[in-house]
Design a protein around this ligand. Structure first.
Ligand code: F6R
Ligand code: MG
Ligand code: MG
Length: 386
């Protein structure tokens, strides 16, 4: 019997701007999922949040893209939105882009990462969720986990990892994808995923037996809605141990708080700070971007745990570096490369500002000399006063 892990998240409104999910919203979502568990739609669930994103972690027997499971998640978001509206929370229902729900959350705003597996006798998994960034934020860590022997000792030492992994890379603008093998095509993989706004790692498979190792929610909200509606704060599921990377190898890349797009107004680069859930409340300049990691054991489709994996002083240094980088890059204010480049700014409200300047542009040769308002007498007069 197979087990499916479905992690579905949405921003349904938050407390004091875009910074944290209200506990009553989490409780409302939990009530809906508890009912779904009683009715047998799902086997188990865990509700958490990262920043302003409500995250539903569910296990069940129904496979990916299952109508009942997606409907349950949608209803949980709807109920949580109701609470958001009652409490007047900010941007209530932000990510629920459509009322025309027809059994699958994909394309409607929420982001979903789902994995159907045959459980191993012991099945450790790590669930990641990030706020104030985009799905491509996981490109760098995923490459390091599954392709970099300086990160993952198992790639060198363990025969089941040694033959490498297959990366599924999606072009989110063209809605096309490609499967590429590591280590053989490592440089080609990097040629793509070094552009994380466009080429996003969606899944990783073990070459040994084709088993799924990792899955990321790659929805890009702005490509769905056609405009900026909050970044597409991603979630990810990674399997660990016994022929997959160890939990420590999966977490190791996050000891380097790499630069990701998102942060304030989804328009700035900043360091991705690994934090325990209690610190997943981005406030400085609405950030810097945060990532949480929860470790579970999956047993007979039940979720055992979680353990809050970044709640470890060993990640203090990463947080400190992230704070230093924050100070440094913030001083660029509205300048690139702190602010995103124009192609990415297309999805923000900046084009509206630029639009009204358009008519004022003339050929450079036609630009007038500025009119001098005060006569040269002025400086003469001043001199006279000296
Ligand atoms: C970024 C984010 C926030 C908002 C910012 C402005 O993902 O959620 O940085 O973009 O607080 O929000 P509005 O336009 O709603 O006032
Ligand atoms: Mg929000
Ligand atoms: Mg968010």
């Amino acid at each position: 019997e197979k087990t499916t892990i479905s992690v579905i998240k949405a921003d349904i409104g938050s407390l004091a701007g875009h910074h944290t999910v209200h506990p009553d919203c989490m409780a409302a979502a939990s009530r809906v999922l508890a009912e779904g568990k009683r009715e047998g739609v799902i086997e188990d669930f865990y509700v958490t949040h990262v920043g302003d994103d409500l995250v539903l972690i569910m296990t069940h027997r129904k496979g990916k893209d299952n109508k009942d499971v997606h409907t349950l998640a949608w209803n949980a978001f709807k109920e949580a939105t109701k609470v958001s509206k009652e409490l007047g929370l900010y941007a209530a229902g932000q990510d629920l882009l459509s009322d025309a729900f027809s059994g699958n959350v994909r394309g409607l705003g929420p982001a979903a990462a789902e994995m159907e597996i045959v459980e191993r006798p012991s099945e450790p998994i790590v669930i990641f969720a990030a706020d104030k960034t985009e799905p491509g934020a996981f490109n760098l860590p995923l490459f390091r986990i599954f392709a970099d022997p300086f990160n993952t000792a198992g790639l060198v030492i363990d025969p089941r990892l040694h033959i490498g992994f297959t990366f599924e890379v999606v072009d989110v603008f063209e809605d096309k994808g490609v499967h590429m093998n590591s280590p053989e095509e490592m440089y080609d993989i990097l040629a793509l995923i070094g552009t994380p706004s466009r080429y996003v790692i969606r899944r990783v498979f073990r070459k040994d037996d084709g088993r799924i190792a990792a899955v990321v929610a790659v929805e890009r909200l702005n490509l769905i809605a056609g405009k900026y509606v909050g970044k597409d704060d991603p979630v990810m599921i990674v399997r660990a141990q016994s022929g997959f990377p160890a939990v420590g190898e999966i977490l190791e890349p996050f000891a380097f708080p790499h630069m990701v797009a998102g942060w304030m107004r989804g328009s700035h680069f900043g360091p991705l700070m690994p934090v325990p859930v209690r610190d997943a409340r981005p406030t400085r300049f609405d950030g810097p971007p945060r990532v949480i990691a929860l470790g579970f054991q999956v047993k007979d489709a039940k979720l055992i745990g979680p353990s809050d994996l970044f709640d470890d002083p060993a990640f203090d240094k990463a947080r400190q570096v992230a704070n230093e980088v924050t100070d440094y890059i913030r001083r660029h204010g509205p300048f690139m490369p702190h602010r995103l480049d124009p192609s990415e700014m297309e999805y923000t409200t900046l084009p509206q500002v630029l639009e009204k300047l358009k008519d004022r542009f003339k050929p450079v040769k036609d630009l007038p000399e500025p009119k001098i308002k005060h006569s040269e007498m002025l400086s003469g007069t001043e001199e006279a006063h000296d």
